[in-house]
Design a protein around this ligand. Structure first.
Ligand SMILES: Cc1ncc(COP(=O)(O)O)c(C=O)c1O
Length: 348
């Protein structure tokens, strides 16, 4: 995590870096994020509870609520814990206006530059900015936008350049710092770094749908590992597991791994999804069940109960497993279940 952050900082050049640590630091744990990202300029979360937890864990640098406050109680916590908050709609603006805390608050004004999830339209931005500036508790105002196609900048439905153009139009004459780049924009378009960048997935060693993470120099932060708990020797024509989805074409050793969808392994992973057994690439064979999954051990004839299994991470990129399963590395990382025991290993 430290090494990935250094890389993000190098790409960010003069800009400051919010380490995006929502969703329990994309499944990696807030305490780990604090250690791995101690050199970040701030931490960004969605969950107000997580923001408070970061303060309790001792993080004194900025903490940003990247979806802003959901109610007045959140606004009170912003003041109490010195959080930065975001304002993306009229209702949140009203919450801020009504709160009237005594402490100064840094506010991030969200601009809808085409994503059409959160934010004010560019034409509304200068009026909202003026209303914010008129509030005595508002200290600084940063303009924020989020890209729909940073990984595929020429998408004709909403080219990256068009979102940037709309953002600059919204910002014209306001002299406000800008915050635009997520991981994909940070990696591919350093010129968009501006005042702040907001990398998430790259800090954990995944990519936002680009070429392989390793090609960018990113290192996997999370390894999901388990062991074989049984081996079955099956004859040609025999099937494995629910729905008998895998049928052996030849006599086959099947390894049973103590990891299932209740641990966060994707149930939709098809036969052939790569799994490392004793460091050798094997193929998922049969439907993933709640607590177990099954692997064709043809490539690892020495494997036996107790053999180490890596589902993703060191030696097996999470993005590759995700692609096989028809999803993205983000979802796999975030979905690792609470029952999975975690161990932290420090490396440089
Ligand atoms: C507003 C915002 N900024 C930044 C990020 C980080 O994106 P990524 O993980 O693709 O770098 C996210 C993630 O969804 C986000 O919602």
């Amino acid at each position: 995590m430290r090494s990935n952050l250094s890389l993000a900082k190098a790409h960010a050049r003069q800009a400051r870096v919010w380490a995006v640590v929502k969703a329990n630091a994309y499944g990696h744990g807030l305490a780990n994020a604090l250690r791995g990202f101690s050199a970040a300029d701030g931490m960004a979360v969605v969950e107000p509870d997580a923001a408070v937890r970061l303060r309790e864990l001792g993080w004194r640098k900025p903490v940003l609520l990247i979806e802003g406050c959901f109610d007045a109680a959140d606004m009170a916590r912003v003041a109490e814990h010195g959080l930065d908050t975001l304002v993306h709609c009229e209702e949140q603006l009203a919450l801020l206006e009504q709160a009237n805390p005594r402490t100064g608050i840094n506010v991030h004004l969200k601009v809808n530059s085409g994503m059409n999830r959160l934010g004010f339209r560019p034409a509304q931005v200068s009026a909202v900015h003026a209303r914010l500036r008129a509030l005595p508790m508002v200290r600084g105002i940063t303009l924020v936008t989020h890209f729909a196609n940073a990984d595929d900048g020429n998408n004709p439905l909403l080219p990256l350049a068009e979102q940037v153009r709309r953002m600059r139009e919204a910002a014209a004459g306001l002299d406000a710092p800008l915050s635009m780049a997520n991981s994909a924009a940070g990696l591919l378009h350093e010129e968009l770094a501006e005042s702040w960048v907001r990398p998430g997935i790259m800090l954990y060693g995944g990519t936002p749908g680009l070429k392989s993470a390793a090609d960018f120099g990113l290192r996997p932060a999370m390894t999901l590992s388990s062991r074989l708990i049984a081996v079955q020797e099956i004859a040609a024509g025999e099937a494995v597991g629910y729905g008998s989805r895998f049928v052996a074409e030849k006599p086959t050793r099947i390894g049973v791994v103590a990891c299932g969808y209740a641990d966060g392994y994707p149930r939709q992973a098809p036969n052939g999804t790569p799994v490392l057994v004793d460091g050798v690439r094997c193929a998922l064979a049969g439907r993933v069940s709640m607590d177990m999954l099954t692997v064709d051990l043809s490539a690892a004839p020495g494997a036996r109960p107790g053999s180490e299994v890596i589902l993703w991470g060191a030696g097996l990129p999470v993005d590759e497993v995700a692609q096989a399963a028809g999803t993205i590395g983000y979802e796999l990382m975030c979905a690792v279940a609470p029952r999975v025991a975690t161990a932290v290993r420090d490396e440089d």
